[in-house]
Design a protein around this ligand. Sequence first.
Ligand SMILES: *Cc1c(COP(=O)(O)O)cnc(C)c1O
Length: 363
Amino acid sequence: LTIKKELPEINIKIDACFLSNPYATDLFMDRFKTDVIDTGLIREVLEFYPSQNNIISKTLSKTIDVPEDNIFIGNGATEIIQAIFHNFVERKVIINIPTFSPYYEFVREDTEVIFHQLKKEDNFCLDVESFCRRAKESGVDTAVIINPNNPDGGYIKNSDIAYICNELGDIPNLIIDESFIHFTYEDSTYDFSSSEQLVKKYDNVIIIKSMSKDFGIAGIRAGYCVMDKQKVETLLKNGYLWNVNGLTEFFFNLCSEEKFMLEYEKVRVKYIKYTNEFIKQLKAIEKIKVYPSKANFVLVELPEQIKSQTFVKDLLIDSGIYFRSCDDKKGLEGNFVRIASRDREQNDVIVREISKYFGDVDE
Ligand SMILES: *Cc1c(COP(=O)(O)O)cnc(C)c1O
């Protein structure tokens, strides 16, 4: 939205920067219209205070099968990251890079950050053994894992998550960010596997979950966190009692509805299938290297002579497609861009325009 305001003359036709499932946004819009606008409920949403954090936790508790005492609701996951770093993270944190930057930008001034480099040669895939060894050797009190990772989409299997939890059972905070977990699967059923239940077994595990990407609702701000109930209590006492709005509450109510979740499941799987087709087509473009991803985006390496900012600018001006240049990503040297999967028609346009850019198709 900021870009649209600042550069009104540029017409972004396809925003492939933005990481969300557009089919889930459609689903939410339908229900927003029938349940909130058409019924006049909108007046209540605007006029009254929403429920407090712990009431919304109670609703979500049934949806995710986690006791309400272990759930904290956030005004987007970003707020939760900030709250955790300011309240629980102390001396030292280990973070893989490249990563989602708030994880090191929000650290307190007295917190040291250990950057653990994901290797290009390994396709940015996390070597769990070396990560755990490094975490222990450096005596961190907090470790951060993003599964799948942003910006590369690298996925950590269930068995590897279990290994990390066992190895790092003694540190106070083991953060697992599952903001893109709904796009992952380990077999042909396309079921995803969240680590939320691990909080029952390991009291240091902190699961952070944004609803922005998988439900396509970044604008309403909804996220949650599953963690030890003492930590939830601490945050509630520190001023996060009334931190979300009425639309966020409406959204979490929808998530507790079986019908909505069945419909969501359909658009989730449909989007994964389209995303897989999209990635396959991108991989077929010879000049670019597409790194393996289980998320709804891919990290792409451009040929040596093409700077990522030039590529982004060219495609924006020539084709109205906007990609995320990764120039500013710590731990990512070279010409990288991140390309998000949009709806099927837009994905086809993206593939066509990139192919055209590299002269792969005749006009
Ligand atoms: C986008 C993102 C978030 C934050 O999302 P919110 O919109 O604040 O809920 C958190 N973690 C990762 C890894 C993300 O990519």
